[in-house]
Design a protein around this ligand. Structure first.
Ligand code: LLP
Length: 383
């Protein structure tokens, strides 16, 4: 979709706001399910990427499961029609209320991150007279080669159970009668654009899967998490990620036994490209070395650039100027990190121009805040 052509529609709403292209989301879901079905793979949408009701309803309609990281995400998934039998619950710090709620809902699986968590889930399941289905989240020590804040599969990261703990876990499991171990879970990081870390992950999964078999655990579920990255530089040319190549890596390198299912938890790759942050230029400050375009959207609406120095493509949708100038595109918040891009080349920009910050559908709206008592950001849809 060419946003410039939608300008008259965009002007109807007060900025800043998220604008979602639902047609692109639907097409992304078609591409995803076409490829995953080839191998009978199961995909749980990672709710943390975007919990906007219109978005998750389309994802539900595509028959995906849900990957949740809080009791509220589980409730939101169920309230919006997701089947509890397709919900996985991850997170390194699940609290007792969340665990009890998930047990009462009979979710598919807890992705369990520590020995102590196993004991707590067992205790709480006993109190409800239930059996909890659990997958062990394993820290495979595979480098995802992505930003350090979104790398999760290294020994130094807080996530998962390390291989040196396996013996203890196995001994413990024998004493935990309200837990059924059904699988192994992995997630090495996010925004992974080169597929080779996924190949390495597959090889580690094979070793660990075989280890558990040798120890007497023939587990039906292997969950390899999410992490497939998108093209922030060329969002229009690569609006839909190459799911075919992604699933092929797993098909080629993972060794599943006949009774084993492969599960995924994709977030960003599904929703990132369908969302854009639409904003207006409040002021232009032309300096000696630096020109600033000051927007009415800031890190309160889209935190990723401030938090991870993340790149998002920025477009001036309303300017018809042919002359290009470089701007630091910044927000109104009193923080120097409140900057969407430095030395961004834009047509000469004026107060009142409409600016789009692209590829903001994942970890955008969900990470927005009311810092400075800013209004909660709104969203609109194109279909
Ligand atoms: N599964 C687990 C256990 C996860 O921790 C995550 C993301 C996912 C699945 C989904 O990963 P995805 O397919 O979306 O890459 N706020 C950061 C990203 C944090 C990702 C956290 N975990 C960002 O804006 O880049």
């Amino acid at each position: 979709m060419v946003l410039k052509e939608k300008l008259p529609q965009l002007l109807a709403h007060k900025t800043p706001y998220y604008l979602y292209d639902l047609t692109l989301l639907k097409n992304t879901l078609i591409a995803l399910t076409t490829e995953s079905k080839k191998y009978n793979y199961h995909v749980h949408y990672a709710f943390k990427a975007n919990t906007n009701v219109k978005i998750i309803q389309l994802i539900k309609a595509a028959n995906l499961g849900a990957d949740c990281v809080s009791g509220n995400e589980i409730k939101h998934a169920i309230d919006n029609g997701f089947d509890a039998s397709k919900i996985v619950f991850a997170g390194v710090g699940k609290n007792d209320d969340e665990i009890l709620f998930a047990l009462q809902q009979n979710i598919f699986c807890f992705n369990c991150e520590s020995i102590q968590e196993l004991q707590v889930i067992d205790e709480l399941a006993l109190s409800l007279n239930k059996k909890a289905s659990v997958a062990l989240r394993i820290n495979p020590n595979v480098d995802a080669h992505t930003h350090k804040y979104i790398t999760t599969g290294l020994e130094e990261n807080k996530f998962g159970i390390n291989p040196y703990e396996f013996e203890t876990v196995i001994a413990q499991l024998k004493t935990l009668h309200n837990i059924t171990l059904i699988g192994l879970h992995f997630h090495i990081g996010s925004q992974i654009t080169n597929l080779s870390p996924f190949k390495k992950l597959c090889l580690r999964v094979n070793e660990i899967n075989n280890y558990f078999l040798r120890k007497g655990f023939d587990l039906p579920i292997i969950n390899v998490g999410g992490g497939l990255g998108i093209d922030y530089k060329n969002p229009t040319a690569n609006a839909i990620v190459n799911f075919e190549a992604y699933f092929k890596v797993f098909h080629k390198f993972i060794e599943l036994r006949k009774n084993q299912e492969l599960h995924f938890e994709l977030g960003r790759a599904i929703v990132a490209q369908c969302g854009n942050l639409i904003s207006k230029v409040l002021y232009i400050k032309n300096g000696i070395n630096t020109n600033f375009a000051i927007l009415d959207a800031g890190m309160t609406e889209l935190l990723r650039p401030a938090l991870y120095q993340a790149y998002h493509k920025i477009e001036n949708l309303s300017s018809t100027n042919t002359q290009q100038l470089k701007y630091d595109v910044v927000g109104p918040i009193c923080e120097s990190s409140d900057c969407f891009g430095k030395a961004v080349e834009l047509p000469t920009t004026n107060r009142g121009d409409i600016i789009a910050i692209l590829s903001a559908g994942a970890y955008g709206e969900v990470m927005s805040s009311n810092y400075n008592l800013r209004n909660t950001v709104k969203s609109y849809y194109l279909d």
